[in-house]
Design a protein around this ligand. Structure first.
Ligand code: GLA
Length: 733
């Protein structure tokens, strides 16, 4: 963690309050009110719906500031703490007092920095808030500075703490596993501890997620009710803890996972913890999601304002069997269906050790000329001929013990001294030690070489398919081995920052064995993520539903794949597969030469229609309507553009039984006073639906919805099970 803060302080301070009593931090719809008496403790007064001046005044008088904003260990040992240290003289306590408040207004946000100083030790914590003036998000983090002469040991160093008043609070969080990521879990918060954590070292969103929502009014509803949402913007190990103790509060702490990561803060060093983005909405879980999405697209996601291309990825089509002729054929097929980009996945590299199986070659990023005699030049030329762009797969943080890279630099991998390596994928995969500057230069160099040689490369799929399994770094000193995980992610971020500074327009996908890197820590450097290796459309409804709680459709790669599905072996109608993929960033992931002309035709029409609805899906506001997790037999959501002139409505059955009854789905997010014409997209029925081309008011659609036929109207031999619908609504003036 760099020593930048003290300098920054001098530069950014515009206002210094000698006797600050309250700090009012606001966004368009929310207020965070703190009590900050000079020399006293920094306490919470209020967080929630925006307060009027009258209420601010009364709240300050009436509310007893009970909870510390950044609880520190040592003088109230019985409570959970955000910060726990051991000073250089062995003292385990902190007594942090308000020393100053600085506020700096920028165009789109206000930065508030409250400096807490220990009463006896030259040890300070800046509690920082970045409150946006355009969206209801406040980013919170701490900056911990050691002014003592020797190192201070940080045992706990949360980004932020937030007390949530007990009542009928429910927690929504995401959990899962490879190919079943982002499952929604909704539960009441009961006495005791709820811990959500990650210890993978590399992939931090496969088993659980660093984002949560608290519903203050019982189980969260989608479009009504009060929600506090929180997303830790970090790519590494994290821990979210909710302690429901004997008090009136649920105590929520979020930050880097300190397990096996004790940090020795050098004299003069500052640790800047990752931001926790917090939102409040009285429009239910979807309202909180909209806040995260808007903030993400505008301020945190790489190229969040640009539309994403429709692509074909080669993985499920050919796996590692890359052949030049087949790459050319796949390009031809996707171009003929109206796609805009072809991505060649794993299997294209390796000279001494060809990547034929997943047990070798990572790190040897040279084209395997046996598979691709005309190299990347040939692929780029072919793509150009077809009028599409070309992208390529990389796994730059990794190597295999069977590789030229490992032979040359065995000391670059993460390994415990005196121990045999525990190996990953293919029985040979190892993780490079990204905390090492030489390794960082190697990865940046790879990109530089590639992009300098082939500036036409448009897209990179950046994969990461291993955990950190061996605790040991050749670069870190013996005393600082506990910095391994933090150093890895600092190194990773350095690499990403350097690459992005040079190649801002390159599209980069964050993939990590599927949905292992779906977090707001990486997205400033990545345009999108691969939500899961599971492309089964039915299971994707659940995965994408959970993912949409915190992440926008523009970033959620969602591909049409073959049937039966390669992971679940379920057969799902092509229309359904298309209809699910179209609710995210549409792509394909199959060998198109195995498709019939009729299937290709349906995809061609879908791609053309997606181009029309793309701005609404990718830049619009989400309104989730019926959750697949509520077991109603269907799921439904919609996107509405900012001006409420256009909307796309998705409806997917999640079960199929004869004579089953589904609820009629009322829409949301439309303008009640506007009228909309309805058009079905991807129609395969023999006849148009009854409401095709008809005009309805937003008021009617939001009160009643439309009666969606449960099954496709097809000739008997073409009938299938899972039915789905996509409706496009356009304002009629
Ligand atoms: C990971 C990714 C897949 C694919 C393979 C290639 O599993 O999630 O999409 O790229 O690696 O080996």
């Amino acid at each position: 963690m760099r020593k930048i803060v003290i300098l920054l302080m001098g530069a950014v301070v515009t206002t210094m309050f000698a006797m600050a009593r309250k700090v009012e931090i606001t966004t368009p719809g929310t207020t965070l009110l703190l009590s900050a008496p000079e020399g006293g403790s920094l306490k919470y007064l209020y967080y929630g719906e925006k307060l009027k001046a009258t209420d601010v005044k009364s709240v300050i008088e009436v509310e007893k500031a009970k909870n510390d904003v950044y609880p520190a260990y040592g003088l109230s040992c019985q409570r959970e703490a955000a910060l726990a240290v051991k000073h250089s003289d062995g003292n385990m306590t902190l007594d942090l007092r308000v020393a100053g408040v600085a506020e700096k207004k920028e165009t789109d946000y206000t930065l508030t920095r409250i400096t807490l100083k220990d009463k006896e030790y030259p040890f300070t914590v800046d509690v920082c808030y970045k409150a946006y003036s355009t969206v209801d998000i406040i980013e919170m983090w701490s900056e911990i500075t050691n002014g003592e002469k020797k190192a201070v040991v940080l045992n706990q160093f949360a980004s932020a703490y937030l007390p949530i008043r007990r009542g009928n609070v429910w927690l929504s969080s995401l959990y899962g596993k490879w190919a079943n990521e982002a499952r929604l879990c909704e539960e009441p918060l009961n006495p005791g501890m709820k811990v959500i954590k990650n210890k993978d070292g590399v992939r931090n969103s496969q088993t659980a997620h660093a984002e949560v929502m608290f519903s203050l009014d019982g189980k969260a509803r989608e479009n009504t009710g009060r929600i506090i949402g929180a997303a830790l913007c970090y790519s590494g190990n994290y821990r979210l803890t909710i302690d429901t103790d004997e008090s009136d509060w649920h105590h929520f702490f979020a930050g880097i996972n300190e397990d096996n990561s004790t940090y020795n803060l050098r004299s003069g060093e500052t640790m800047v913890t990752p931001p926790l983005a917090v939102t409040y909405s009285n429009e239910g879980a979807s309202g909180a999601s909209r806040n995260f999405h808007k903030w993400g697209r505008k301020y945190r996601l790489a190229n969040g304002d640009k539309l994403r291309k429709i692509l074909l990825n080669s993985w499920e089509g050919v796996y590692l069997n890359i052949k030049e002729s087949e790459m050319y054929q796949m390009m031809e097929d996707i171009a003929s269906m109206g796609g805009e980009l072809f991505v060649m996945d794993d299997g294209w590299f390796g000279d001494k050790y060809p990547r034929n199986v997943d047990n070798s070659s990572l790190g040897d990023w040279v084209v395997d000329k046996r598979k691709l005699p005309h190299g990347i030049e040939g692929l780029l030329a072919e793509a150009k001929k077809k009028g599409i762009k070309f992208g390529i797969w990389y796994e730059p943080e990794m190597s295999n013990t069977v590789s030229e890279l490992y032979e040359a630099h065995p000391d670059w991998v993460i390994k415990a001294p005196k121990r045999d390596l525990v190996l990953g994928r293919g029985g040979t995969q190892v993780v490079l030690d990204l905390g090492t500057p030489k390794v960082q230069d190697f990865i940046v160099g790879l990109f530089d070489d590639l992009m300098t040689k082939y500036p036409e490369i448009d897209y990179v799929k950046w994969d990461a398919n291993s955990s950190i399994m061996n605790h040991g770094s050749n670069y870190l000193t013996a005393d600082n081995q506990s910095h391994l995980y933090i150093a890895y992610h600092q190194g990773f971020e350095n690499v990403c920052r350097r690459i992005r500074a040079k190649y801002p327009d390159l599209t980069i996908q964050a993939c990590a064995s599927g949905g292992g890197r779906v977090n707001w820590g990486v997205l400033p450097y990545f345009d999108e993520f691969w939500a899961s290796d599971n492309t089964d459309a039915l299971q994707r409804v659940y995965i994408q539903w959970g993912t949409s709680y915190f992440f926008p459709a523009i970033a959620m790669a969602s591909h049409i794949s073959a049937t039966p599905n390669h992971t679940t072996h379920r057969s799902v109608p092509l229309k359904y597969r298309i209809d699910v993929a179209m609710s995210g960033r549409l792509g394909m992931e199959m060998q198109p030469k195995d498709m019939t002309d009729e299937e290709k035709d349906l995809c061609r029409r879908a791609i053309a229609d997606y181009k029309e609805i793309r701005p609404v899906v990718q830049h619009g506001d989400i309104y989730r309507l019926v959750s697949p997790y509520d077991n109603k037999g269907l799921a439904s959501l919609m996107y509405v553009d900012e001006m409420k002139q256009k909307a796309v409505f998705f409806w997917w059955k999640t079960e199929h039984f004869y004579d089953q009854h589904f609820p009629r789905v009322a829409m949301a997010g439309l303008d009640a006073t506007k009228s909309y014409r309805v058009r079905e997209i991807n129609r395969i029925d023999k006849k148009p639906l009854a409401f095709e081309g008809k005009v309805f008011t937003g008021e009617y659609l939001m009160a009643n919805g439309l009666e969606i036929p449960y099954n496709f109207d097809l000739d008997w031999h073409k009938r299938t099970d899972l039915c789905s619908r996509v409706l496009y609504l356009e304002e009629v003036k």
